[in-house]
Design a protein around this ligand. Structure first.
Ligand code: KIV
Ligand code: ZN
Length: 432
């Protein structure tokens, strides 16, 4: 049971509403160490990668893409270190990426030797622009490439039966590819891998570059969901980027359209405007009453570690995680929050105006919720005086003192912290 209601208790009278919902959390894959890392000013060194890996495990990620071992010696060494040091918990699977060249596939399989379970991620671009301009390949040649690389992987992995091998195939640029071509590429990969009972395959459909509204992507996912053969042996995955700022919406609509797995990065790091943000997705589920299976109960600590590893700051307005997102400066909001916190909510659900999540659930104290500047009113000031100094001010005094505080905030043009509040209070009422 959850303290959050799935939907606002308002229904549209003339139709079934909402038309679809997300009932359960998807399988999550973190690509922080691959797609996230390749987009940094300064890619992470081994120490930072391992620190981030440990954090991802701690948060509850069960599938983690760790890099490109055939293309980078650092990545190769990290994969070897992870496997040999026993740093990978039994319920966590490493995924690595490889390009379609036999020598690279050989090296990739070598990097994973001894892993209990491993996902090998092969990909190639399928969209007409890439076929025509970047690779100069016909559609048939693209299919031949998929078949060749997957067959090669199958041959090499069949020779290492101690590892449970999973193939992930991504038709890169899926969102810009004709659906029949995507389907053909995916079924080619399935056949070459021998997908079927006991031999699942992950088909990962990316918005490599987000180019359309999220409903278009959802329609594409739904079409694939309906047309893929042997659907029960396929794990249908999505990999949204955020070029139009709608990566989260794409992922959510894709889940409603049949996707079962989502790839993304913490706080939306990644190429250009990022990969889809796993934190926002997970906490969106949480605040709809669906257990996300990821632990963000100390979100501040998660943010600090990610910032240290990536050298990228989390924006103060970032959903859920930003320093300012649970803060009310405005007088009317402060008043509403104070009343909501004091009231008992209906049916035990979390219902506090302007606070879609209980800050305590993500490790935030209430000290940040009500802060004072020139926009604040008497309610917020009274709340802070009572909370920090045990001072219950009568109403007339609240009105009088808030005028003093506002005058100070207007001239200083700055936030008034609690120490300053006390100084103003003492100067107004306690001065000899
Ligand atoms: O964005 C993308 O298309 C990718 C693929 C390789 C999955 O990162
Ligand atoms: Zn990507």
């Amino acid at each position: 049971s959850s303290k959050y209601r799935p939907f606002p208790a308002i229904a549209l009278p003339d139709r079934q509403w909402p038309s679809r919902t997300i009932e359960r959390a998807p399988v999550w894959l973190s690509t922080d160490l691959r797609d996230g890392n390749q987009a940094l000013f300064e890619p992470m060194n081994a120490e930072r990668k391992l620190r981030l890996f440990d954090l991802l495990v701690q948060v509850g990620l069960k599938e983690i893409e760790v890099g490109f071992p055939a293309a980078s010696q650092t990545d190769f060494d990290i994969v070897r270190h992870l496997i040999e040091s026993g740093r990978v918990p039994d319920d966590v699977t490493l995924m690595v990426m490889t390009q379609a060249r036999e020598d690279l596939i050989v090296r990739t399989v070598e990097a994973l030797r001894g892993a209990r379970r491993a996902i090998v991620h092969v990909y190639n671009a399928t969209a007409p622009l890439w076929r025509r301009t970047v690779f100069r390949l016909s559609e048939d040649e693209v299919m031949a490439l998929v078949e060749r690389q997957v067959r090669c992987l199958r041959r090499l992995t069949d020779a290492c039966p101690d590892t449970e091998w999973v193939l992930q195939y991504s038709p890169e640029t899926f969102c810009m590819t004709e659906l029949e071509v995507s389907l053909r590429a995916c079924t080619t990969a399935m056949q070459a891998w021998g997908a079927g009972p006991g031999r699942p395959i992950i088909l990962n459909l990316p918005t490599t570059v987000e180019v359309a509204t999220p409903n278009v992507f959802a329609d594409q996912i739904e079409w694939m969901d309906r047309h893929l053969p042997q659907r029960e042996h396929v794990i249908l995955s999505v990999h949204p980027h955020n070029d139009r700022g709608t990566g989260v919406a794409c992922a959510e609509l894709a889940l409603m359209a049949g996707a079962q797995r989502v790839e993304g990065c913490l706080f939306g790091n990644g190429e250009r405007s990022g990969n889809v943000d796993l934190v926002t997705l997970a906490l969106n589920l949480y605040t709809q009453g669906v257990a996300p299976g990821l632990d963000f109960s100390d979100l501040g600590a998660v943010a600090r570690t990610v910032e240290a590893c990536t050298a990228l700051p989390v924006h103060p307005r970032h959903p859920y995680a930003g320093d300012l997102v649970h803060t009310a400066f405005s007088g009317s909001h402060q008043d509403a929050i104070r009343k909501g916190l004091a009231a008992r909510s209906e049916g035990g659900f979390w219902e506090v105006p302007y606070l879609p999540i209980d800050p305590a659930d993500i490790g935030r104290t209430f000290d940040n919720v009500i802060r004072v500047n020139s926009q604040s009113g008497k309610g917020g000031i009274a709340y802070l005086m009572e909370r920090h100094f045990g001072l219950v001010m009568p109403r007339r005094m609240q009105v009088e003192f808030s005028a003093v505080v506002q005058a100070h905030a207007d001239t200083s043009e700055a936030e008034v912290d609690v120490d300053r509040l006390w100084t103003l209070f003492a100067a107004t009422y306690l001065a000899p």
